[in-house]
Design a protein around this ligand. Structure first.
Ligand SMILES: [Zn+2]
Length: 162
């Protein structure tokens, strides 16, 4: 367990500092590759540097769930993992100091998701999402749909192949 710090000190960093230390990098839990870089401009803007380690921990947890998703075949378990990811996205929004808002979750980037990526990217943050009814993560998943305002359920065509 890490020592909890109760003191919240406001701090801003220059991009040069951040690039030098690599402190915003999130590493894959197994390969050690850099899989994500937290946005230093946003960390300044949101005054969220005090949550840097917690933010990185959540991103690493996401990677762990990604690995589980790749290996999982049980349909029920796949949906549970997808809801775990949704919970992590909300937790990230808390740590960033944003309100919890499913419109900003890029759920189509998850492994095994077959929801149309380009269509959802185009509609990012609008509150309109398109879900493939056959998606092993999001198709016919009431708990997922409940958090998204206007969901169009697609027919099962993989739009990536268009
Ligand atoms: Zn999906």
């Amino acid at each position: 367990m890490k020592e909890a710090t109760t003191q919240k000190v406001s701090m801003k960093k220059t991009i040069e500092e951040v690039l030098k230390t690599g402190e915003c990098q999130v590493h894959h839990p197994i390969t050690g590759d850099v899989v994500f870089i937290l946005n230093p401009f946003m960390l300044n803007q949101q005054d969220a540097w005090h949550n840097l380690e917690a933010l990185k921990d959540i991103h690493i947890l996401k990677q762990v769930i990604y690995i589980d998703l790749e290996q999982e075949t049980n349909p029920k378990r796949l949906k549970e993992l997808s809801l775990d990811l949704q919970e992590l996205e909300f937790h990230l929004q808390d740590l960033w100091g944003f309100s919890r808002d499913a419109r900003y979750h890029r759920f189509w980037e998850y492994p095994k998701c077959t929801c149309p990526k380009l269509d959802n990217e185009d509609r990012y943050a609008t509150g309109f999402v398109i879900v493939n009814s056959d998606c092993p993560l999001h198709g016919r998943e009431p708990a997922f749909v409940e958090h998204n305002f206007d969901v169009t359920i697609g027919s099962g065509t993989d739009q990536e192949n268009l």
